[in-house]
Write a protein that binds this ligand. Structure first.
Ligand code: NAP
Length: 345
């Protein structure tokens, strides 16, 4: 590995500490290096709290050390006043001579302006170090700003004979305990979790994070005529919930009712609302009809499928999906396959 990549790799590692906590901000890691030694490190952990650059710079009390150091940061430093002041100004103020940037920020308020300002004030900027890794690190953030919609993960578990549900085995899980635990970890990493009405009626899911540490995602579901009663966990008010419906109903504590038209395809209406609400990512956990609405419209980014040993013999067939296989792994008796979206005519 080349010299600069070693420090950028460390900055990426640090940034990942923020997974599930930083939204709607990106995950950012920062390393300050001098003569091959790491002087300071930091990462962004929560919206409104210090940025990675600020934290790393603030750790260094001897101002002389800045004069011949290099700052590595996974994402272009911010240039605007948000809940915290611009990192670019701090870098300039401390006379840091070299800044290595993993990838440019494509969000509206930065978009190259951070790098431009650093250069204007005489800072040497080295760009695109481990650019692909830095892009993947913030796949949610980039998708949100570039496609103007949340990053979408489709997820289901299917039996060995290709079913996702069967009347015969109503109360039994298809996947094993490790797959279910991993799924809770995934839930903690996304802003929202979306399901269809029949999944709510048949499974009464809580859609929270119980088998992992982390925040609960916002629950999102589609109920055209508001036929789900308060008996179901999804309407218990225990976590923020958004219901997309054709009915005009006033939102109440923790439950938002959003009126949309069911005369046209609803997915784009839902995504537009979630975009406006700054929801950077959603995990769609079924059922078949809901998953297929995203697949049919070619609106998804990643698909995570557990292929399980269970045999169901009949029931709801799993959705069919194309895409490029990016990862395969075994989890006890289950196999996980992750696919990335690839556009096909
Ligand atoms: N194995 C797994 O991983 C897994 C995961 C989740 C669920 N499931 C199973 O899947 C079964 C349910 O699947 P399902 O296909 O029958 O139902 P579903 O996708 O859960 O829900 C379908 C309903 O959601 C609403 N909806 C979803 N997408 C819509 C769209 N694009 N446009 C309009 N309305 C939309 C409609 O409600 P309205 O009827 O109000 O119009 C529709 O009838 C459950 O029994 C559950 O056990 C399995």
């Amino acid at each position: 590995m080349k010299y600069k990549e070693i420090f950028m790799k460390r900055a990426i590692q640090l940034a990942k500490n923020g997974l599930g906590f930083t939204s709607p901000n990106p995950m950012v890691g920062c390393v300050i290096e001098r003569k091959g030694i790491v002087l300071s490190e930091g990462w962004h952990n929560k919206e409104g709290i210090y940025h990675a650059e600020f934290l790393s710079i603030n750790n260094i009390k001897d101002e002389q050390l800045f004069l011949d150091c290099t700052l590595y940061v996974t994402l272009e430093p911010c240039v605007h006043f948000g809940k915290t002041p611009p990192c670019v100004d701090l870098i300039i103020k401390k006379n840091i001579p070299i800044v290595v940037v993993g990838i440019q920020d494509s969000s509206d308020k930065v978009k190259g302006l951070g790098i431009k300002k650093l250069k204007k004030y005489g800072v040497e900027v080295i760009e695109s170090i481990l650019i692909d890794e830095c892009r993947i690190l913030n796949k949610r953030f980039f998708t949100f700003y570039e496609k103007k919609r949340p990053y979408i993960i489709l997820k289901w578990a299917q039996s060995d004979d290709g079913f996702i549900y069967s009347e015969n085995k109503k109360n039994n899980w298809i996947s094993g305990v490790y797959a279910r635990q991993l799924n809770h970890k995934w839930r903690s990493e996304e802003d929202g979790i979306l399901v269809g009405k029949k999944t709510v009626l048949n499974d009464n899911p809580k859609l929270n994070v119980r088998k992992w540490f982390g925040k609960n995602p916002i629950r999102i579901f589609i109920d055209q005529k508001l036929s789900i009663s308060n008996y179901y966990f999804i309407l218990d008010g225990s976590q923020h919930t958004i219901v997309f419906t054709e009915v005009n109903k006033k939102s109440q504590y923790n439950i938002e009712y959003i009126q949309i038209s069911f005369k046209k395809e609803i997915i784009n209406q839902i995504l537009y609302f979630l975009y406006k609400k700054k929801i950077l990512s959603i995990i769609v956990e079924g059922g078949k009809k809901t998953l297929e609405s995203f697949i049919k419209e070619n609106i998804w980014d990643e698909c995570r499928v557990f292929m399980c040993e269970t045999v169901l013999k009949s029931g709801l067939k799993a959705p069919e999906i194309n895409g490029i296989v990016s990862k395969k792994m075994n989890l006890d008796k289950d196999k996980l396959i992750i696919k990335k979206f690839q556009f096909k005519n």
